[in-house]
Design a protein around this ligand. Sequence first.
Ligand code: DGJ
Length: 710
Amino acid sequence: MAIHEYDFLHLQGSATSLILEMRANAPPIWRHWGQKLTAKAMPLANLLDQLPVPTFALDHNIAPTLFPTFGHGWYGAPALLAHRSGTQFAQDFTRCEAHWVTTDHHVIIKLVDDVAQMCVEIDVSLSPQTDVLTLQTRLTNLGETALDVQYCASACLPLPTNACKVRAYSGRHNHEFQLFEDKLSPATWSRENRRGLTSHDCPPCAVVVSDSTDMHQGPAFGLQLAWSGNHSQRIDALDDGGFQWQIAQWLAPGEVILLPGESLMAPIAMATFSNAGLNGVAHNFHAQARKHVTWPTGKMSPRPVHFNTWEGVYFDLNEQALMDMASGAASLGVERFVLDDGWFMGRRHDRAGLGDWWVDRSVFPDGLHPLCAHVTGLGMAFGLWVEPEMVNPDSEVFRAHPDWVLQLNDRPQLTARNQLVLDLSNPEVFDYLQARLVALLEEYPITYLKWDHNRDLTSAGHTETPAYRNQILNAYRLFNAVRQQFPNVEIEACAGGGGRIDAGILMHTHRFWTSDCIDAVSRLSIQRGFLQFFPPELMGSHIGTSPAHVTGRSQSLGFRAAVAMGGHLGLELDPRCLSDGDRQETRAWVGLYKSLRDTLHSGQIWLGVAGDGIIWQAHGHEADFVLMIYRVSPTAQRLPPQVQLSFLSGATDYRVKILSPSACFDASNGEFFSKLARGEAVASGQWVKEIGFPLPFMKAETALILRFSA
Ligand code: DGJ
């Protein structure tokens, strides 16, 4: 695209537009990102002509751009901090080109600074299917000396003046995705993660909303970084009352020094706008995530009912007991059996063994063959837990290669969960891990790996230089190497539960272990945070035992199962210990999940709040959806609230059926509820949209699952 004195570049999604003001000798100026505009709705004038010059200011305005730089007029947060041994600390682009890849949707913008001798290419695409804006930035050193890069933003986005609140997530191990809200103000809003992996406490994502936005309507902007390492995010106020939102990988000092001709590829940023509130943002991100997952056959298969041995037996592994568990799991309807931690050399507890990826013959005298044959003989797939990036100092591999770990000269090595981190940039380490994984996958009929990472990084050096970024890039390379050789193997991303949940690792994996906390009440908020960014079929959600191991709280099987139905269902308990009644009820829930999984895992999901301790979640399509209603806390009202399904168009009427296999209310609540229990209830779509669906009395920590069919 030849750029004249100035031009407007308009990218269109299905409900979103992005408009940049282009000049041949300057970076693109942000004019709009938000509600879709027609091709006719162009700015009234170029921005620099339309902005009055304030007092005590430069004699011409410097507008917010796609990639603002420091030191030559822009006082806001720059997208780049770089220098050459203290010189050329200021940058300003002198040339700009735009090259369409797909007209109206996908463009590559090339910016050159002839003075600072660097080039930035930004690949910008706005998906017409998902309304997700994807940005990828490559910075190249065109000079003759090294360019030390301290910061390079993956996205630098405009937010309008009615943006007023940011919704972000904090947490810890066993307590991921805890929502908090901050009001935007003239003070910079910022979050930084230096834990070396995505983290439990600061996932690289957030949503910004206006005062009037709710779950179902109003403007909402979402942003996430496809990166599993250190990262930062900031929102800065702009002179016109709007804001600038940046997301980036966080670089340790000296981590990126570009030699002449070298480039830095920043992680992909994904952003979206929706006028349909928080659910609209979730919908767009889910659609995009579904495009990114690479399934073995090119298409997601029905998500199999999963079984994981961890909370059932922890490290107490015994071949016969595992076979009995497998038989029990199969009789409950389980389709995939995953052998968790504890199967390899010396791993009788969490103080030894990591790195020695050979089957421990003291537990499995004939290797895993008898167990695999038993599991597959029962018609289940076999999955295995690994934690390739880690090593225990008490392991054969560490004793032989103490130099293989990430470490700093003259500093002690800091263990966490008794383990150290292997340096994946070391080719010997990489080859060793690849060879061990390949050997296991070749020897056994493993179709699933649960790939764990049970500590944060610290002192992550290649003895002298920082290794954080290299570690992530090489972990991705290891995932790729395994997947290329075993394309039929699915992988679950786990890091002490949800410490590595991000769009970057998702490009290599197929499921997240959402949290080590399986308490159903705790899970509700964790899962709702997850679902803001990723779709339910990727969210591992298991029925655990009662009391829950992490919290000590007890919940009925019906409630535990109903909460687990909101994601990819699994069981994580010891089937040998179930009572006959629980066995029968679990079987019924598993059967229900199988009959519903197509609806649960396709289409859209909508989250809502009915008040008085009731929250809900709907999955499917307008004409056929499953509604899960959870009473989280005891009622404080005399009468229950109604569930208003604001997401409906109101044009359709429904037959409504109860699906929950566990009794969840007393039919003496009234004639309507008896009818509902008999499957004879009908509902006007308009009524439930505008007024609501009536609820019976429900005890705290119970759930009701309904199906609405047109
Ligand atoms: C942490 C995971 O989140 C658990 O599910 C389990 O796999 C343990 N690691 C095993 O060590």
